[in-house]
Design a protein around this ligand. Sequence first.
Ligand SMILES: *[C@@H]1O[C@H](CO)[C@@H](O)[C@H](O)[C@H]1NC(C)=O
Ligand SMILES: *[C@@H]1O[C@H](CO)[C@@H](O)[C@H](O)[C@H]1NC(C)=O
Ligand SMILES: *[C@@H]1O[C@H](CO)[C@@H](O)[C@H](O)[C@H]1NC(C)=O
Ligand SMILES: *[C@@H]1O[C@H](CO)[C@@H](O)[C@H](O)[C@H]1NC(C)=O
Length: 168
Amino acid sequence: MASNKHLPLLLLLVIATTSSTSLPSLAADQDKLVIKIIDAMISGGSFEDWSPAFLATNDEVHGQGLTSTLFLPKTPVEGINATSPLVAAYHIVPQLLHFYNISLMEPLSRIPTLLSGNSILVTNNSASGFTLDGVLVSEPDLFVSPSIVIHRIASPFNFSRYGGDYLY
Ligand SMILES: *[C@@H]1O[C@H](CO)[C@@H](O)[C@H](O)[C@H]1NC(C)=O
Ligand SMILES: *[C@@H]1O[C@H](CO)[C@@H](O)[C@H](O)[C@H]1NC(C)=O
Ligand SMILES: *[C@@H]1O[C@H](CO)[C@@H](O)[C@H](O)[C@H]1NC(C)=O
Ligand SMILES: *[C@@H]1O[C@H](CO)[C@@H](O)[C@H](O)[C@H]1NC(C)=O
């Protein structure tokens, strides 16, 4: 079961490894951290469990955090599994994006995620109904620290539909 669970995680590491080729040891540490964070998130069973797990494994106090932005789904949706490492990886952006930063993005802009080859699509940047992958950002900047931002979204993103760029 454990080996089965780790298999998809290997996919995620392509991004982390290739984007930091000049710092191989640092990249390896980041890979381990990414696995640890995602393992913790999916072990809880629900989207509600994601944020405490994400915050607990991101040890920014000791400088061992992953500078990142988490999109936290409010309501579950059938067919998008909170225990899937791929789903979890798609909800994490490996950069610090306050809502201010995202609000400046034009529709059809793409935000790269930890799920290799999959990005989030800006679908509507109006102030009254800002959506990503067609999902409302319901509580922007829900949690903000020097290296982590969490935004609540109305429901989970569907990377099968929006993650690749071939549709748009
Ligand atoms: C969610 O994923 C877990 C682990 O892969 C699986 O055991 C469970 O059946 C899935 N649940 C749904 C509703 O697909
Ligand atoms: C987000 O906006 C802040 C404030 O203007 C800026 O300092 C920061 O560089 C921006 N971050 C990104 C990733 O663009
Ligand atoms: C964006 O959202 C606003 C507010 O909900 C809506 O009035 C507008 O039609 C939407 N634009 C597009 C292109 O969907
Ligand atoms: C996710 O997207 C795929 C591909 O478009 C679609 O078949 C599936 O029904 C969607 N799932 C949900 C829960 O909307």
